[in-house]
Design a protein around this ligand. Structure first.
Ligand code: GLN
Length: 547
């Protein structure tokens, strides 16, 4: 039987529950245990798929096509294990299940209530992944902050489980903040005391407190927190701000977070953690040999979480290439033909981001043209690939108003068209082409060089596709389809062989990049940017020698 660790949060949001959960999971995994992480979100949307990225950051898509919270991205990047629909549950999904059951008459005439019916459904889902022998430990991150009205049923479910399960089968980790008051030159424990008090009032008592802090917690402070919050002193864990999230597992190892959990769960016979690969990655990340600058062209750049997986993939790919990747965010809405060379100057590569809708589209097309004409490494993802196709149609094939029918339903050249199966869809949630699909790669293509194989699978999230009616024209004029879905013939990869590095993909390679398995496309793109940068320096040096 699996054991369960719950991670709650107090004092304020954005303390990084996801990173703490992922770090703890990493340490337990490194000790040989089979671990997964799930996230329970208190909002009423059935999933975050319909949420604007400004609201909730990126929507993370799993292998099985679930649209989920971006924290699942952290779980996969840390663990190199895939999650699924079962790993992300929202209040909306819980209620949907309960209401469907009520409509089916399954409650046999009973009044359906938050307790026990909603909490029963929450508990069923909390325990679900532990039902077969797949995992030893299930870590559940509870979204929101203790004290929020909407998280109450989740906390109540944890209370009931604490009562129902043997003591050693359940651990509650509470993440809080110990603010440092500059004026008083003091760390303050009161917000943590209040937050633990509030949690205890609901009947849930934390076993471990992980305390986010800018300053180290000395033993006196730890003892004080332990005394007032009724936990063991060694269970007060210092979580100092780290230079990178990938350092957090090592900080937690030093504080023995994993050992304290294992002790509470009465688990023995575990190995010393094997973190060799992880440490190797961290070393490369911390001590890069040079730097490359890449432009991220998007329209949600004000909010870093909107492109979380892309940014993390750059980190993984940078370490593989032993370079620091500096990302310059360029707002596509403000790129014009007049200012493009100024806005994109100094870049070693250009990534045009995924997205939806008309805003910022022309700027993306202008940016693609710049990269194509200047020989600047180019990488287009989903909408970014579609923009590369439109740019090529307009400027090389002479199709002046070529467009995607998403942006212009009446274009004379619908080079990006709606997928056949999407035409009848009216409901927005969970209806895109989602999740993992196979792709066959052409021998000798750039894609083949990058992946080193002929068959791959990658994850998707889109409604529109390359219009195969135009494929011959594109191929005859220099843009080729080097990756095709073998079942449907959908174009998944386009490239320009005469360009040093120009590739667009209909799928999202950033969703499968992890610390221990960086996405090949990102690794190669950063490699191309590094080469571009080196060549630039060599030619500048040569020019200086000549003059
Ligand atoms: N809006 C485009 C489509 O639906 C691209 C989607 C994306 O970039 N994820 O096809």
């Amino acid at each position: 039987m699996a054991k369960y660790i719950f991670v709650t949060g107090g004092v304020t949001s954005s303390l990084g529950k996801g990173i703490i959960a992922a770090s703890l999971a990493k340490l337990l995994q490194a000790r040989g245990l089979k671990v997964t992480i799930q996230k329970f979100d208190p909002y009423i949307n059935v999933d975050p798929g319909t949420l604007n990225p400004y609201e909730h950051g990126e929507c993370y898509v799993t292998e099985d096509g679930a649209e989920t919270d971006l924290d699942l991205g952290h779980y996969e990047r840390f663990l190199s294990n895939y999650t699924s629909q079962a790993n992300n549950v929202t209040t909306g999904r819980i209620y949907q299940t309960v209401i469907n059951k009520e409509r089916a008459g399954d409650f046999l005439g009973k009044t359906v209530q938050v307790v026990p019916h909603i909490t029963d459904e929450i508990k069923r889902r909390m325990l679900l992944l532990g039902q077969d022998d797949q995992f030893d430990i299930i870590i559940t991150e509870l979204g929101g902050t203790v004290g929020d009205i909407e998280s109450l049923p989740f906390i109540e479910a944890v209370r009931q489980l604490q009562w129902e399960l043997p003591d050693e089968d359940l651990v509650v980790v509470h993440l809080t903040l110990i603010p440092y008051l500059k004026a008083a030159k003091e760390l303050k424990t009161k917000p943590t005391q209040h937050s633990v008090k509030m949690l205890s009032e609901t009947g849930v008592h934390p076993d471990i407190l992980v305390c986010r802090t800018e300053e180290p917690l000395n033993n006196d402070i730890k003892r004080k927190i332990a005394l007032f919050c009724n936990v063991k002193t060694e269970a007060v864990i210092e979580a100092m701000d780290a230079a990178t999230i990938y350092e957090v597992p090592l900080l937690m190892l030093r504080e023995k977070l994993d050992l304290i959990c294992l002790r509470k769960m009465n688990i023995t016979g575990y190995a010393e953690p094997n973190l060799d690969k992880w440490k190797g990655f961290l070393d490369k990340l911390k001590y890069p040999k040079s730097k490359v600058t890449v432009g991220l062209i998007g329209k949600y750049i004000e909010l870093q979480d909107a492109y979380k997986s892309i940014l993390e993939s750059f980190v993984h790919a940078g370490a593989m290439n032993e370079v620091k990747v500096e990302v310059v965010n360029v707002h596509s809405e403000f790129i014009t033909a007049e200012n493009v060379s100024e806005k994109l100057s100094g870049l070693d590569g250009l990534l045009v981001a995924p997205g939806f809708g008309l805003r910022g589209i022309e700027g993306k097309i202008i940016a693609v043209q710049y990269a194509r004409e200047k020989g600047l490494p180019f990488f287009g993802i989903c909408l970014g690939m579609q923009m590369a196709v439109i740019e090529f149609a307009r400027n090389i094939l002479g199709m002046k108003d070529a467009h995607s029918v998403e942006m212009d339903a009446n274009t004379n050249y619908p080079v990006i068209d709606i997928m056949e199966e999407q035409k009848k869809i009216t409901m927005m949630g969970g209806t895109m082409r989602l999740g993992s699909y196979p792709c066959e790669i052409t021998e000798g293509s750039l894609a083949h060089k990058i992946y080193g194989k002929y068959s791959i699978t990658e994850r998707h999230r889109h409604r529109y596709e390359f219009n195969n009616q135009y494929l011959d024209q594109f191929q005859q004029n220099g843009m080729v389809a080097s990756g095709i879905n073998p079942e449907t013939g959908l174009v998944e990869i386009v490239e320009i062989p005469s360009h040093p590095f120009f590739i667009g993909v209909q799928y999202h390679p950033e969703l499968k990049s992890s610390v221990e398995n960086p996405a090949p496309l990102f690794v190669s793109f950063i490699g191309a940017a590094k080469k571009y940068n080196e060549q630039l320096h060599t030619s500048v040096k040569k020019a200086a020698q000549v003059s």
